[in-house]
Design a binder for this molecule. Structure first.
Ligand code: FRU
Length: 534
């Protein structure tokens, strides 16, 4: 983890930084073909690279994962092994815009505080390393490790840029790599690619998991705007099983980053299969979003039971979310990329771009014979909070105002006896973010057009974003998390969620809660400061 506070630390930091620069210069002079790729590799082997930022830049999230520097998109290879959660991610180590993809790597014991690791996977002659998953091959089915030391196996998409540029349609294939040292170093499999391409232009993002019922590996991946399933006994030979979705769900863009898993319905013994599909563009509020299907997977075919579109998050900035394999108690924990391809490469940060959502535990609920996903922040997050303001009961007959606070790294939580409208405003002296709930209109809205810097890309704030709201409970839980440049709103314990980026030029210092209706009151209000993880 990066700690960079005291004077001696600072001197060491400067010294180490100069050391890297000198080393790189020397390397460049010695080698005429000083390719960017090889610089990346050298940087990567310098452990001192960890000290290249103090994580205090304007807009830098304090309790969400973000790369130390440069470009990041999708979470990849989410897996738990031997007490450690691994987060790999789409990474371009040479610029703050998308480029030749690598897998960056970080580890955590509690999913909130992260430690950066060297880059795990580099592009090679088969292509750039696009999104994918990782499994613990506990029985060494692949033969890439031993029974005593089973391998971690990463399954990813190779994207061959030359093929794409030449106008071919077979430039995405699937490859694997393995690690025998708990994810620290990775070796690409000699027999790559393990799945070739028969002319499918967008053929990517394999999510692999062990399917107990049929005793084999299952892979979900996407092909254009539908999903495909494959099976394997050894992670190397794959057999096509079936397709899903040509006539189901939203199709406003390409399907990406699938995930397939089983969940219990509430506290009952009923079980359902859930298929997550990210889509870009085509999300309800424009650009990138994640839809899901609920149904059954019989080991070969996935069938959805509903015709309505379901979205995991109605905010504009939760994309490519997938869940961890091999979690200790079978929890389903999702991490998403907190951005949107509409403007991801234009956001006003300088030496890094984008962050991940907080990890969220997924559960299934049944409402009027329809099933929905709930996502709630994992429990470990509780350890990072310190309550700074409490109020048992507040009537909203008059507007409630909390001013002179710093909300830039905070949680606001309360319950409301919501029968009518509610408006929450977070502001500084010139910028404001508005969230409104309107049960009679069956809608909630988030309006960021005055929230701070917005004009770096026209689509960032051109519309007020809305979420359908079918209020079933009278008393509703509201939880709002703000972390410098993001806001995550969870209504009714994660039944309704909106995640968005914001770029206030000054911290928000005022909270207002109001209702146009009479008799609305809020209970158990708690405002907490959240500890920084860096
Ligand atoms: C989703 C995505 C994936 C792809 C990766 C490339 O954001 O487009 O489909 O594998 O990003 O970086």
């Amino acid at each position: 983890m990066l700690i960079c506070g005291t004077a001696p630390d600072l001197i060491i930091m400067i010294f180490n930084y100069l050391k890297i620069v000198l080393l790189l210069n020397a390397a460049c002079i010695l080698s005429i073909s000083c390719q960017k790729k090889s610089i990346t590799k050298q940087l990567n082997t310098q452990t001192t690279i960890k000290l290249m930022t103090d994580y205090k830049e304007q807009f830098r999230p304090q309790f969400h994962f973000s790369p130390q520097e440069k470009w990041m998109n999708d979470p990849n290879g989410l897996v738990y092994y031997k007490g450690v959660y691994h987060l790999f991610y789409q990474y371009y180590p040479e610029d703050i815009v998308w480029g030749p993809m690598h897998w960056g790597h970080a580890v955590s014991k509690d999913l909130i505080s992260w430690e950066h690791k060297p880059i795990a996977l580099f592009p090679d002659e088969l292509g750039h390393i696009f999104s994918g998953s990782a499994v613990v091959d506990i029985h060494n089915t692949s033969g890439l490790g031993t029974k005593e030391n089973p391998p971690l196996v990463a399954i990813f998409t190779y994207h061959l840029m030359e093929g794409e540029k030449a106008g071919r349609t077979d430039f995405q294939t699937q490859g694997i790599a393995y690690s025998l040292d708990n994810g620290d170093t990775w070796t690409k499999y000699q027999g790559n690619p393990v799945i070739g391409n028969d002319d499918i232009k967008d053929f990517r993002d394999p999510k692999v998991f062990w399917h107990d019922e049929t005793n084999r590996w299952i892979m979900a991946l996407v092909a254009g705007d539908y999903a495909m399933f494959y099976s394997s006994s050894d992670l190397k030979e794959w057999v096509y099983l079936s397709d899903f979705g040509q006539d189901k769900g939203a199709h406003g863009g390409v399907w990406e980053c699938p995930d397939l898993f089983k969940l219990k319905v509430g506290e009952t013994d009923e079980e359902k299969w859930v298929l997550l599909i990210s889509i870009n563009p085509g999300a309800p509020n424009g650009g990138s979003g994640t839809q899901y299907f609920i149904g059954d997977f019989d080991g070969t075919t996935f069938t959805a039971e509903h015709t309505d579109e379901k979205w995991i998050d109605y905010g504009a900035d939760n994309y490519a979310g997938v869940t961890f394999n091999n979690t200790p108690n079978d929890e389903r924990i999702l991490i998403g990329w907190m951005s949107n391809w509409y403007y991801a490469q234009n956001t006003p940060t300088e030496n890094w771009r984008s962050a991940m959502t907080l990890p969220r535990e997924l559960s299934l609920i049944k409402e009027n014979d329809n099933y929905f996903l709930r996502n709630t922040i994992i429990e470990a997050f509780e350890n990072y909070k310190t309550i700074i303001e409490q109020n048992d009961r507040i009537s909203l007959d008059k507007k409630f105002v909390l001013s002179d606070y710093d909300f830039s790294q905070s949680e606001i939580k309360f319950q409301v006896n919501l029968t009518r409208d509610l408006k929450i405003t977070l502001k500084n002296d010139k910028e404001a973010l508005f969230f409104e709930m309107n049960p009679s209109e069956k809608e909630m809205t988030l309006d960021r057009h005055q929230s701070g810097l917005v004009d770096f890309e026209p689509r960032f704030a051109e519309a007020v974003h809305s979420m359908p709201y079918d209020a079933v409970e009278k008393e509703v839980d509201i939880q709002i998390l703000m972390d410098k440049s993001s806001i995550e709103i969870f209504i009714d314990r994660g039944r309704y969620v909106m995640t968005e980026q914001i770029f206030p030029t000054k911290n928000y210092t005022e909270l207002q809660i109001s209702s146009k209706s009479e008799g609305v009151s809020i209970k158990n209000m708690k405002v907490s400061k959240i500890k920084a993880i860096w």
